[in-house]
Write a protein that binds this ligand. Structure first.
Ligand SMILES: Cc1ncc(COP(=O)(O)O)c(C=O)c1O
Length: 320
């Protein structure tokens, strides 16, 4: 393993990368180190061969399975810094499981759950100085599994690569709110309908969607076309814990015309209120702000993720 930059100063205080943390947005600022390992298509990944190396471009054959047939998948999760400086991951084993399900579908070997979580931990530890100070954002971690070996026909690539790299990101929620305040200027995202009948809502471009009516919170059921978001799953459990009724069901588009709140969930957007939805010439506005269900859920989720609220669910994993 290459020697990561020291993360403690001589005084023992946490050392941070030299950037303006107050201006952290969603621009790509690659963290210094990445994890790389490869395996033969007939083999399984093993922890022994994985390496932390300086972040750099990768060399790949133009015939690589990923370039020609899209044989690959990505995951995304975040590392958060607690007020006391310690660093937490949120449910990384869920990302590992989801990678395994996708890899099986794409006929690729995948790392074990233990390997995945260990590799994520190593990557975050090597880049610890890139985990933003508390309240300033988080370190977005991107595990990638690709058919990196060359193929001519549609078969599994002879070599599969597993990489993990990272980038500090600001508080997306803050951005969303600003957009909500300036909503008259345009739309911020797209809500996709089912491809067959175009009558039912599915998900937003990179997040899942929930609607709230009274005490009932509903979200489209997972049926093969919607990503089973880990934030979605966590919000369902938190909402049930608060005493809300949660429904995973087919949601007709027309239901959007008669609800109190709409919000989105995902690693990047966390829990983001939707101020309005426009369909054709019909525009519907929803409740946002302090006294909303989505704010209550956001506070609980981020409280657990950042260690400010006790994690009774056992969802956080500490990096040391
Ligand atoms: C299409 C799509 N839906 C939903 C999500 C939310 O998933 P998660 O909560 O696991 O980040 C994502 C995240 O990248 C996504 O790309």
């Amino acid at each position: 393993m290459a020697s990561p930059t020291q993360t403690k100063s001589d005084s023992g205080a946490e050392k941070y990368a030299d950037i303006n943390w107050d201006e952290l947005g969603f621009d790509l600022v690659p963290a210094d180190y990445m994890y790389v390992t490869k395996c033969d298509k007939e083999e399984n990944f093993t922890t022994e061969v994985g390496n932390i190396i300086p972040y750099a471009n990768i060399a790949i054959s133009p015939f690589a399975g990923i370039l020609n047939y899209g044989q690959g998948l990505l995951e995304g999760l975040k590392a958060y810094r607690r007020d006391d400086g310690r660093v937490l991951l949120f449910r990384p084993e869920q990302n590992a499981q989801r990678m395994q399900i996708g890899a099986e579908r794409l006929c690729m070997p995948s790392p074990s759950i233990e390997h995945f979580v260990e590799a994520v931990k190593q990557t975050v530890l090597a880049n610890k100085h890139w985990v933003p100070p508390p309240g300033k954002g988080s370190l977005y971690v991107r595990p990638l599994l690709i058919g990196s070996g060359p193929v001519l026909s549609l078969v599994t690539a002879p070599e599969i690569s597993f990489l993990i790299y990272a980038c500090p990101v600001g508080n997306y929620h803050k951005v969303y709110k600003a957009i909500a305040q300036a909503k008259a200027r345009g739309f911020s995202d797209v809500l996709f309908l089912d491809a067959v009948t175009k009558k039912y809502i599915e998900e937003v471009s990179s997040c899942n969607i929930f609607i709230v009516k009274g005490n009932v919170i509903s979200t489209p059921a997972i049926c093969g076309t919607i990503l089973p978001g880990i934030t979605r799953k966590s919000i369902i459990e938190i909402a049930l814990g608060f005493g809300y009724q949660v429904e995973e069901r087919v949601i007709p588009l027309v239901d959007l015309f008669d609800v109190d709140e709409v919000f989105c969930t995902g690693t990047a957007v966390v829990v983001s209120p939707v101020a309005s939805i426009t369909y054709g010439d019909k525009r519907i506005e929803y409740k946002t702000g302090a006294e909303t269900v989505s704010k209550k859920l956001y506070d609980m989720l981020t409280g657990i993720q950042t260690g400010r609220i006790e994690d009774k669910m056992g969802w956080t994993v500490e990096i040391d």
